[in-house]
Structures are given as structure tokens and as C-alpha cells.
Design a protein. Structure first.
Lengths: 109, 111
């Protein structure tokens, strides 16, 4: 049973618009959530995180929202840029991180 | 710091051969993780260590896989014997808190 799910394998948006990537989890023991970005031929790199005691964390163009009751988190990128094109992994942690399958974001100029 | 260093970057081997992947974590990090990425299964955790001690190896697919961490600065993931279905990108990551730092991965191809 997959504990962290990213139901959209891919997302395409126009430059300057908002990108919204979604993630659902099932384990109530997860208390920390992270987003990673991955370019081809590279390892994932940390992007932004949020503790379960918060419902929003913002860092520049990136904002992560957490809805604990729905066991859902999302990553908003505003405005989207072509350089944001990458695979985005959601991860949920209870000490060790469990990753979703990733969403490939394409930002078109 | 140079980050997490993995070697080799690419490995092509014949079925039945032994394969050893290597990882040097970031100095001071007390957690080390081995992940495998495939198209079918995404990014899956194989095993992780805390202070050089294996904590959870439930993700290791079979007895053909083994991992060691003889000291705080080195870990290996060994596959013996290798099979074509082991072809994947293997990532090592280290962390001191919740945020993991990944190496660039080893792309393994078993023919």
C-alpha cells in the first residue's frame, strides 16, 4: 500500500502562471513533509518543507500548504519559470522519508 | 563540503556478476539512506542507517542485496548475483535532521 501518492504524473503550465502540485498521504504518524526537485542525471535536491504543526510555509516563489484533516499537501510555484521544469517529489517523514512517485512539471515559455 | 559522493556514476555488468555501489555521506550526518529509482516503482527506500547501524532494511528486495556501513564516512550496497531487473538508478542520501541530501546516483544496467 503506497503511503504517499502523487496522482498526477505530469503537469504543464505556461510561464508566469501558477503551478500547483498535489500530494496525498495515509499515515497519520507522518509529522514532517518535504518537497524535492530533480533534474535529469542528478539526485533530488531539497526545495521546501513543512512541519505538521503548521499549515503553510513560504519561501520566495514556493509555498507549501498542509491540510492535515485531508492528509493532503500541495506545492504552489508562482510565477512559474522554464527553469522550474523538473520532476517534483513529495516526501513524508516519521523519522525516515517516504517518497511519492513524482510529478513531472513542464513550464512552457 | 562536496556533498554526498557516489561511485561509480554508471555501471554496466553482466547478469550473475557481483556489483558494489559506494557512498560517502556528508561529514557530520548521522543518517544514511539507500534509495532505488525505477519507472515502475518510483523512488523506494531500500535501507537506512543511523550512526552506522542498520535500522530498517525492510525495503531490500531480496537476499541478493546487502548493505554495510563500516564507518561514518563510507557505505556500500552490494548485489550478488545481479539480475537484469536490478537495472535502476541507485541513490545514496545522508541527513542529520529531516532534510536529506542526495548523491548524483549510480545508474546500474545489468545485461
Amino acid at each position: 500500500d503506497q503511503q504517499v501518492k502523487q496522482n498526477s504524473p505530469s503537469l504543464s503550465v505556461q510561464e508566469g502562471r501558477i503551478s500547483i502540485l498535489n500530494c496525498d498521504y495515509t499515515n497519520s504518524m507522518f509529522d514532517y513533509f518535504l518537497w524535492y526537485k530533480k533534474y535529469p542525471a542528478e539526485g533530488p535536491t531539497f526545495l521546501i518543507s513543512i512541519s505538521s504543526i503548521k499549515d503553510k510555509n513560504e519561501d520566495g516563489r514556493f509555498t507549501v500548504f498542509l491540510n492535515k484533516s485531508a492528509k493532503h499537501l500541495s506545492l504552489h510555484i508562482v510565477p512559474s519559470q522554464p527553469g522550474d521544469s523538473a520532476v517534483y517529489f513529495c516526501a513524508a517523514s516519521d523519522g525516515k522519508s517516504t517518497f511519492g512517485d513524482g510529478t513531472t512539471l513542464t513550464v512552457k515559455p | 563540503d562536496a556533498g554526498v559522493i557516489q561511485s561509480p556514476r554508471h555501471e554496466v555488468t553482466e547478469m550473475g556478476q557481483e556489483v558494489t555501489l559506494r557512498c560517502k555521506p556528508i561529514s557530520g550526518h548521522d543518517y544514511l539512506f539507500w534509495y532505488r529509482q525505477t519507472m515502475m516503482r518510483g523512488l523506494e527506500l531500500l535501507i537506512y542507517f543511523n550512526n552506522n547501524v542498520p535500522i530498517d532494511d525492510s525495503g531490500m528486495p531480496e537476499d541478493r542485496f546487502s548493505a554495510k556501513m563500516p564507518n561514518a564516512s563510507f557505505s556500500t550496497l552490494k548485489i550478488q548475483p545481479s539480475e537484469p531487473r536490478d537495472s535502476a538508478v541507485y541513490f545514496c542520501a545522508s541527513s542529520t535532521e529531516r532534510r536529506a541530501f542526495f548523491g548524483q546516483g549510480t545508474r546500474l544496467t545489468v545485461v
